[in-house]
Design a protein around this ligand. Structure first.
Ligand SMILES: Nc1ncnc2c1ncn2[C@@H]1O[C@H](COP(=O)(O)OP(=O)(O)OP(=O)(O)O)[C@@H](O)[C@H]1O
Ligand SMILES: [Mg+2]
Length: 236
């Protein structure tokens, strides 16, 4: 069967005892899209991302990937990056490459460290990293193996101003130059709006809005994106 979308989610529900973390979620991720996920704490963003990368199994509903998606080409950063504290950033990247069976030159991994602004901390064990440094390394970890799809849960959380700027440019470049499809959640809505081609607003496990950024911008009528969100969220 032909699949136009890269990923299709159909009526997915994830229930924890009585509570539904996801409630009949249906959506499609197009190729080459930067799909932004936004919603209050507990809305279900992380749960959705976990299900998308099969870290978690849905209670019901269907998840379909286009047949040409290579599972080893999916890069993820979901909640805290899993890092070995007694290893350096480089060693962590190397361990990741080995784990996914990705063979590459040393320069490719050091290049990733440069890319996320960690080129200067070659010897530091990650247990001694600051929060933002861990987050930067988490992004580099997601990029090992030249992923075609990135699933990023709050990747700019804790980054400094320079870091946010660097990561924004990095994601835009990966998307535009390499055609990487990106699904990204963030509470920093201004920032998300700067890169997303589509925004999905979640509330209590449901999708309340899923529209192109262009359509959203056209509907702002002088309102800020924050005002727009608060209205969409309260009316849902
Ligand atoms: N392991 C679990 N057991 C029980 N309930 C859970 C579990 N994981 C998540 N939930 C519940 O599912 C709902 C959605 O959680 P989720 O982490 O997906 O939200 P989120 O949108 O990522 O929130 P945040 O913005 O705070 O990261 C919440 O009500 C949460 O309490
Ligand atoms: Mg979350």
């Amino acid at each position: 069967m032909e699949m136009e979308n890269l990923i299709e989610v159909k009526n997915i529900t994830k229930a924890y005892r009585k509570q539904k973390a996801l409630d009949e979620v249906t959506l499609g991720i197009r190729r080459g899209e930067i799909y932004g996920l936004v919603g209050n704490n507990g809305a279900g963003k992380t749960t959705l991302l976990r299900i998308l990368c099969r870290l978690l199994k849905q209670s019901s509903g269907e998840l379909k990937y286009a047949p040409d998606v290579n599972v080893s080409k999916i890069g993820t950063l979901i909640e805290k990056p899993g890092l070995y504290g007694d290893m350096t950033g480089y060693q962590n990247l190397k361990a990741k490459a080995l784990a996914i069976g990705y063979r590459c030159k040393k320069e490719e991994l050091t290049g990733l460290l440069e890319l996320v602004g960690l080129g200067d901390v070659k010897k530091k064990m990650t247990v001694r990293y600051s929060m933002g440094m861990k987050q930067r390394l988490g992004i580099a970890m997601a990029l090992v193996g030249e992923p075609e799809l990135l699933l990023l849960d709050e990747p700019i959380n804790g980054l400094d101003i320079q870091g946010i700027n660097d990561i924004r440019n990095l994601l835009l470049r990966l998307n535009r130059e390499k055609g990487v499809t990106i699904i990204i959640s963030s509470h920093i809505l201004d920032e998300l709006a700067k890169i997303a081609t589509r925004l999905c607003v979640m509330k209590q496990g449901k999708i309340v809005l899923d529209e192109s950024m262009e359509a959203i911008e056209n509907s702002l009528n002088g309102k800020t994106i924050e005002e727009w969100y608060l209205k969409v969220n309260s009316e849902a």
